[in-house]
Design a protein around this ligand. Structure first.
Ligand SMILES: [Zn+2]
Length: 550
């Protein structure tokens, strides 16, 4: 399976169709594009528990929503193919009126999202024609349809405008979502962590379960016209704690070691092993492949039972994503808490340089996961007041963190790096993490104490020193001063970009780095308007890399 597991820093890939979807590149590190409140956006996922009648109604609404999307998108696609242009206003008017009886003003939300997707597509096409998109990215495509191509069935989603619903909690773990336009009061289960102003609600059917994605601008008061548009959760501020010190951490992301972390203030390193994730990933991968081939065989031979296998296949794809999500979030939560305990106030994470570049689709899916992980880490670190930066990882795996040379045969086997000059052996991912530190001008002591952990279904377990022991953040003096920077701080602040969860609706832009920053990555996200980040069509993330090997 070449390209599946990138040699370094790569992540697992998904079979999701992400490569063909339109994307917009935004540069969240550019100050002018960062609105303060964007960092305060969070999405809460709630499980909906509709009764039979409610479920049938939800299906009808979702089907009408998907129909609106598909019909509108089709009309625009025809216009575009025939005349090279889209009449946004005309189509908007036509379809809004066609659907407003069934969907009310919520029809406008669907149209807005479609507008956004088309604008993204035009923006990307322009960049593509100017040769500003990386080659591996491929040609952009117009927005797709909400439809399962094999079954020809519409994908069920509902968008609800921020003033057309409200939440009525019963207690911390359940309550009701009231959808005003359809007279629905549906029970939900789930903890609402954040308080703040609510955005466009997205309701989705996932693996035959209904979920509501509730975007919240944490701490923001609702508009006077919509006083009920305020969600009450646990925290009304994203930052819950303050950093305990001024130390820096450097992280290499991988598959064998999910995270290899070194610090500027001590000789401890942390490894979070990914073997569970990897095993589970391959298990689902095999399941998916099996169902897929049985399905295709049946389908090609005219057996109707292929539909059953298609359902199994979709279930497996869903399960894999959910399981990986769970593992990653568990690991990230632990890592964030640990780094907080260690007095970290700034984290640098290596951007896997052109992971599996030769395979466009694999690249996109790897990047998709990397960006998700980065976003989760950034969000969790934000709760502790810790800043996250992304650094181009190019060359960090080949370079020797001990003697600074590049040993062609440095990586003797998976997981081990041997310095040919000194003969010192070092964990390859820790070597890469140390090089990330070097890249942004920090020195890290050679790690003497390595704390290894493994992610399990029930949380993080230490591998050392004792099995079964409750994981506790390693004790290090948070006040301990780190070693100084090797290069000028100015260069660092210019070269490092800070990922944010900012939405860049209508203001997307692709910008190049200054030549001085040529070896640092331009880390870019594809961002849907934050309210829609839960839709696979738009949570798809593209990263654009302009890192010249130095
Ligand atoms: Zn060396």
């Amino acid at each position: 399976m070449p390209g599946l597991v990138p040699p370094r820093g790569g992540l697992v890939s998904l079979d999701e169709l992400v490569g063909r979807l339109p994307t917009v590149f935004a540069n969240p590190g550019t100050p002018s594009f960062r609105k303060k409140r964007d960092g305060n956006r969070r999405t809460v996922r709630l499980r909906l528990l509709p009764n039979g009648a409610q479920e049938r109604l939800l299906r009808r609404i979702a089907d009408a929503t998907a129909r609106l999307w598909n019909e509108l998108n089709y009309a625009r696609l025809v216009q575009f193919r025939e005349g090279g242009e889209v009449d946004f206003e005309g189509t908007e008017h036509e379809f809004y009126h066609r659907y407003k009886d069934r969907l009310g003003v919520n029809a406008g939300q669907v149209i807005n999202l479609n507008n956004w997707m088309w604008n993204s597509y035009f923006e990307l096409s322009r960049l593509y024609k100017q040769g500003e998109l990386p080659k591996f990215y491929g040609k952009p495509s117009p927005p797709g349809f909400w439809k399962d191509k094999l079954l020809g069935k519409r994908e069920l989603r509902i968008l609800v405008r921020n003033d057309r619903y409200y939440i009525e909690p019963i207690n911390g773990g359940e309550g009701y979502i009231i959808l005003k336009d359809w007279g629905l009061k549906i029970k939900y289960a789930g903890r609402i962590k954040w308080s703040g102003k609510q955005g466009t609600l997205v309701i989705k059917l996932e693996d035959n379960r209904w979920f509501a994605y509730l975007p919240i601008t944490v701490g923001e008061k609702p508009a006077k016209s919509n006083p009920k548009g305020y969600v009450r959760g646990v925290h009304d501020k994203v930052q819950i704690e303050n950093p305990k010190g001024g130390n820096k951490a450097f992280i290499d992301v991988g598959l064998n070691n999910l995270f290899a972390v070194v610090f500027n203030h001590g000789d401890t390193a942390i490894l979070i092993k990914g073997s569970t994730i990897k095993a589970e990933y391959y298990w689902w991968k095999r399941e998916i492949k099996t169902y897929q081939s049985v399905r295709d065989w049946l389908r090609n031979h005219g057996f109707e039972s292929w539909r059953k296998y298609h359902t199994y296949y979709l279930h497996a794809v869903y399960k894999r994503r959910e399981r990986l999500r769970h593992y990653y979030r568990t690991a990230i939560r632990f890592l964030a808490r640990t780094m907080h305990e260690m007095g970290i106030d700034e984290v640098f994470i290596g951007y896997p340089y052109l992971v599996s570049q030769d395979n466009g689709n694999e690249f996109n899916t790897n990047v998709w996961w990397f960006n998700k992980i980065t976003r989760w880490l950034g969000e969790m670190l934000q709760e502790y007041g810790i800043k996250l930066n992304v650094v181009n990882e190019y060359g960090t795996s080949k370079q020797c963190s001990i003697c600074n040379m590049e040993h062609e045969k440095g990586r003797v086997k998976r997981g081990l790096y041997v310095c040919e000059t000194t003969g010192i052996k070092i964990n390859a991912d820790i070597n890469a993490a140390r090089n990330i530190a070097k890249k942004v001008g920090y020195k890290t002591p050679t790690p003497k104490k390595i704390l290894s952990y493994i992610v399990t279904t029930n949380g993080i377990k230490p591998i050392t020193p004792k099995r079964g022991q409750q994981p506790r953040p390693p004790r290090l003096n948070p006040a301990q001063q780190g070693q100084g920077r090797g290069s000028s701080p100015l260069a660092i602040s210019r070269n490092v970009v800070t990922p944010t969860t900012s939405s860049t609706i209508g203001r997307s832009k692709f910008s190049f780095l200054s030549p001085a920053a040529s070896d640092i990555i331009e880390h870019t996200y594809t961002l849907a308007p934050m309210d829609f980040a839960c839709l696979s069509i738009s949570s798809h993330v593209g990263a654009l890399i302009r890192a010249r090997p130095s």
